[in-house]
Design a protein around this ligand. Structure first.
Ligand code: ADP
Ligand code: MG
Length: 320
């Protein structure tokens, strides 16, 4: 199978002009319409076999995850996903792989409302690069840098599950079967929270998607915004297994969950909660932005313990 028939068979599905696509796959480049008053928001992520996903991950899951991690970055900027380009490097034109990959890719694209408009196909060690674009009204964009003291810190959903899934697959953790299945699903099929986009746009002062671990990513917001934080560890949404086994390292430092971590001025928190419950979007308040410092508070027996968060996302005990 040559490169052109491969592209035609597995990737040239988008025939409609959805999402303002004037010219999609097939020419030297694609043409898309960017409406006035918007920023074009652009992001790219590469997933390398054995590095970003275990070598035996299914083609379907590799495709889903490659698109999901890019869409997650677009959501974190409060932008609506629109278009993506796919650069696929494959050792061989393996049709079983290509079939699974394109099924997973278009399942994800349909779910996220994003259109494949082109790409590149090469021979080599398995790797997937996706460049994704979205739109946000000029002035409504959300960056990592706008958090202010007093802002509330929110998280879109549980963290730690993907890292548990990876540990289970690598034989580093033995989990009860239902938990194991859930965690591997979280690792392979992250679901960017698209319902959050209008809420971020209307209320968030800063946002980031949690790809490197909750504490490391919160630190990015703090560094960029020049502020500190106090996090209530016991308010962080986690699998029951994590709290039962006191395995919070997965939730605090494990990556790959692609939840959105964001800050909201205290004056807007009530409206945010109301809007979230009307639109059925999950929200977890986990702390507060402070003028400086980075600390975590947690229940410890009958009392409360306060720890400062170390640079590498770990902890430095300094007393209880
Ligand atoms: P060129 O030689 O002009 O760079 P290519 O032969 O690489 O073009 O690609 C032909 C067309 O197919 C282009 O529109 C390109 O965007 C698209 N394309 C190539 N590979 C992929 C892919 N993996 N997924 C989607 N579209 C692709
Ligand atoms: Mg090319």
């Amino acid at each position: 199978m040559d490169e052109f028939s491969l592209i035609r068979k597995y990737f040239n599905r988008a025939s409609e002009r959805a999402n303002g696509v004037w010219l999609g796959i097939g020419d030297d480049a694609a043409l898309v319409e960017v409406p006035a008053g918007h920023y074009l928001v652009q992001t790219m992520d590469t997933l390398v076999s054995g590095r970003h996903f275990p070598v035996n991950t299914s083609a379907w899951d590799i495709a889903w995850k490659s698109l999901a991690v890019n869409v997650s970055d677009l959501v974190a900027m409060a932008s609506v996903p629109k278009w993506f380009l796919l650069s696929l490097t494959l050792p061989e034109p393996d049709e079983v792989f290509l079939h699974g990959f394109s099924e997973g890719l278009f399942a994800a694209a349909g779910e996220f409302g994003i259109t494949l408009i082109g790409g590149d196909t090469c021979k080599g060690a398995l790797s997937v690069t996706i460049q994704a674009s979205g739109l946000v009204d000029t002035g409504a964009e959300v960056t990592r840098c706008g958090a202010m003291p007093g802002d509330r810190i929110f998280l879109s959903g549980p963290v730690g599950s993907a890292a548990m899934g990876l540990a289970a697959l690598q034989g580093r953790e033995s989990l009860p079967e239902p938990t194991r299945i859930q965690c591997i699903e979280a690792l392979n099929r992250p679901r960017p929270c698209l319902g959050l986009i209008p809420l971020l746009r209307d209320h968030a002062s800063a946002a980031i998607d949690v790809s490197d671990g909750l504490l490391a990513d919160l630190r990015h917001i703090l560094d960029c915004s020049g502020v500190g934080a106090l996090v209530d560890r016991d308010a962080i949404p986690v699998q029951d297994w994590i709290s039962e086994h006191d395995a919070y390292a997965y939730a605090l430092s494990g990556g790959d969950d692609y939840q959105i971590l964001f800050t909201v001025p205290a004056s807007k928190a009530k409206t945010l909660r109301e809007q979230a419950s009307v639109s059925d979007v999950a929200l977890f308040e986990i702390g507060e932005i402070m003028p400086d410092g980075f600390e975590m508070i947690m229940r410890c027996g009958a009392g409360l313990q306060r720890e400062s968060v170390g640079k590498a996302g770990g902890f430095n005990h300094f007393g209880s």
